[in-house]
Design a protein around this ligand. Structure first.
Ligand code: G3I
Length: 337
């Protein structure tokens, strides 16, 4: 027994980590070439848990680093870059034939302290250097970039950030143009939370997309994070995404999860499954909806309980990597049933 435990520890496999169970189908296989089915990925379980890696490799055709490519993680001190977690995920994706959604280049949150203190031209230069360095490192490996993340407040005004304060509205355009010079092939996205349904935020998001396109700013797609709850999919979700697609843009569901009050009873889990089903059907119904990414695939690793005490169980698989009703529903939709 001791030898067994030692072997597990030597291999860096946490003894209590859940092993991959047999799931009732394979999401990436059922999705085929219609759309990429993805998930956010955490570095610790990717490093240490074989069950997590097994499910990740088998079920998903796209991966998004949940945190590994955020500026504060990559470059906590100016000029001292730590690529280890980001490289680990990109290498895993290459090994398993998965696309990588690079997340994220310019965001109001998770910036290193030294960036928050920069002014004007110094900040612009630092942002350009950051984008060129990160996008350049992963050229031909990262297929899609969330270049601009969450530019708006809920009322549709520009979100307050060091970039908005120091550089004005033009920071988003500058980031997209810089990313294009760093990689001529990657698909460049803007990505937003809470803009899934018509309203001031979605309208401002739409106006930004229109304006960028009208001025020839490189923009290939728009992301809708789809962090939902028991309240379900908001009215107008499909119509809202369709108007962006009508601009000639790809649309993507980039961070779907459905948060529940814990512990979730059978009725809540049935409701959750219906919400995931509607998200998947909506994406499939829109030709330009090219990917459906969930924000973590197991309740064991989700931002929800870490930020919303008493809430969680938001993902497709339970803590033991077993299938929840939500997994079966998404699988059924992808099977065309
Ligand atoms: O890695 C450090 C660790 O060393 C330290 O001990 C610990 C305690 O302070 O913090 C750890 O970093 C945390 C990081 O997640 C990794 O777990 C940060 O504090 C924490 O703020 C960070 O939260 C992430 C959050 O973005 C902020 O970056 C969540 O995991 C992640 O799910 C969430 O994802 C965002 C998307 O990027 C954008 N859309 C919204 C979505 C949910 O907020």
């Amino acid at each position: 027994m001791v030898a067994g435990v030692a072997a597990l520890l030597l291999r860096g496999v946490k003894e209590d980590a859940p092993r991959a169970v047999t799931l009732p189908g394979v999401l990436r296989e059922e999705a085929g070439t219609r759309l990429a089915v993805g998930t956010a990925v955490r570095d610790e379980p990717l490093r240490e848990e074989r069950g997590y890696r097994t499910v990740l490799a088998r079920q998903f055709s796209s991966v998004t680093p949940e945190n590994a490519m955020k500026w504060a993680v990559l470059e906590p001190e100016r000029g001292k870059l730590d690529w280890s977690a980001a490289d680990r995920l990109v290498d895993f994706a290459v090994e398993h034939g998965q696309a990588v959604r690079g997340h994220t280049l310019v965001w109001y949150s998770q910036n290193p302290a030294w960036v928050e203190g920069l002014k004007g031209a110094q900040l612009r230069q630092a942002v350009r250097e950051h984008i060129r360095t990160v996008v350049g490192r992963y050229r031909r490996k990262v297929a899609v970039w969330d270049v601009v993340n969450e530019p708006f407040e809920d009322d549709g005004t520009r979100r307050k950030s060091v970039f908005q304060r120091e550089l004005g509205d033009g920071w988003a355009e500058d980031a997209l143009r810089t990313a294009r010079t760093a990689d001529a092939q990657a698909k460049l996205y803007i990505n937003e939370i809470g803009a899934e349904a018509p309203g001031p935020k979605a309208d401002a998001y739409f106006a930004l997309a229109q304006d960028l396109l009208a001025r020839g700013v490189p923009l290939d797609g728009v992301g809708f994070q789809a962090h939902f709850s028991e309240s379900g999919v908001p009215d107008g979700f499909r119509e809202n995404l369709e108007r962006f697609a009508a601009l000639g843009l790809d649309v993507a569901i980039t961070e779907a999860d459905v948060a529940l009050e814990e512990p979730a009873d059978a009725a809540a889990l049935r409701l959750q499954a219906r919400v995931y089903e509607e998200v998947a059907r909506t994406c499939l119904a829109i030709e330009r909806c090219v990917s459906l990414t969930v924000w973590g695939f197991t309740d064991r690793f989700s931002w929800i309980p870490e930020t919303q005490p008493g809430r969680g169980e938001a993902t497709l698989l339970d803590e033991r990597l077993g299938p929840k009703r939500a997994f079966r529903e998404v699988l059924r939709v992808l099977e065309g049933r």
